[in-house]
Design a protein around this ligand. Sequence first.
Ligand code: UN1
Length: 530
Amino acid sequence: DVALAAPRDIYGTLQGQIRPNSKGMDMTYANERNPVTAAALALRVPTLAESRPEEVDPLLRTLHAAQPRWDMVPVERRAEIMTNAADLLESRREALLALLLREAHKTLGDAVAELREAVDFCRYYAIQATALMRPETLPGPTGETNTLRLRGRGAFVCISPWNFPLAIFAGQVVAALVTGNSVAAKPAEQTVAIARAFVELLWEAGVPRDVVALVPGPGETVGAALVNHPLTTGVVFTGSTGVARHIYRSLAAKEGPIVPLIAETGGINAMIVDSTALVEQVVDAVIASAFRSAGQRCSALRLLCVQEEVVEEVLAMLGGAMQELTIGPAVDYATDVPPVIDAEAQAALLAQIARLEQGGARLLMRTAWPAEMQAMALTGSTEAGLVLQDDQRRDLHFVAPCIYAIDRIAQAREEIFGPVLQAVTWKADRLDALMDDLNALGFGLTIGVQTRIDGRAAHIAARSRCGNVYVNRNMIGAVVGLQPFGGEGLSGTGPKAGGPHYLLSMVAEQTVTINTTAAGGNAALLARAK
Ligand code: UN1
């Protein structure tokens, strides 16, 4: 049972005031009667100690020593343990969701989707591993048997981001574990509590304590020590393209086995809207893809490409929809657009917005701050960025959803990891040139297509290098098992998470060939022994 929080306003000082939101709901009531937001209001996120770099060596020795035993556990049993973990995730739903709201600033809707995704990863990889790791007898010449079996590769290092602190963290760790590897899991520094909750849950589900460890700490020290350790045999990373490159260099230079990197990185993701598109659907997809989660997804829409005949209509409706968005703390039931993760993220976004403006980009629209946020804003807040203190005296850093017009696609050179959308128009006879320009950016993660012309989506998909193509819908929230997720080029190395080939990158293949003829087999040995 979740105790209901004492009545108070989530902004801290506006106690007792009833605040109807833009949807006309009484949010004071919604916050305190909703079991998840009530639990989040009552929750204080614990501050957890970081690992020290000197702890990494003994830890990797332990993981290295424990891995062969774990690898010999039948895959069916490892899969059962991951299924137990999925059940535990579901049974602790409210507490985990509350933690996602408070620690990661997830809205309730995003938190629910993320928990679902974590559960799906556990169940999906359990099923995949059981099918994949069954030993296979290969047809061969008479006199020999050939058996191919897959086994774990050793000790894996999993480095995960703050934007999916439960789903991506769990996906990486469960994939490596279920295939017979031991794991050192380094969560993002901003979201250690949720990562710890999952590792404890894995122990409870049946993963031996010496097979998975949580190793929180800065990437530059703790992350580097993990990656550089000679006993590290695999690295899984989700985060920025720059850090992925850095890890690659470190792996190439380090002692010990040659270690491939499984990396999922950024994107400058476009949506192509042609003049036949259904405008209401476009607007719905743009709002969800560019501004939900405050744009802090690598899948998010960054570059809206609208055919010039419909640009006015699309922008007019989009402007209206943007004013309907409710910006606010994640623990507020009504919030559509939560704060960005921290002060550093806000500063980086505001600097990128300034660079856009200096580069000639024109502001088309920006969501206005709600009056009560403006009233409580700390000094230094502007129309673009605002800071306020929440009910626990923690600073919340907001960036207002905005759209900038640019003239050429090549102007969009960096990923802007927030609610900042760039828009460009294109002429009917320039679709292929547009595709060339998009491909030239070098990323290849997600792309959206909005059209009612038969064959156009297939044409765009064929010309695009993106790993995920979404037609006439939004471009975020890939479903495990249905929409394997990941990209090419600057967007990652593959294979795709939540897809049928992902686990293959985590296993070693071993072929055992046995001579079964009398001359080379046991019969000859036995005959000599007599
Ligand atoms: C990320 O944001 O780092 O489809 C990747 C989606 C998510 C994106 C995860 N799977 O929106």
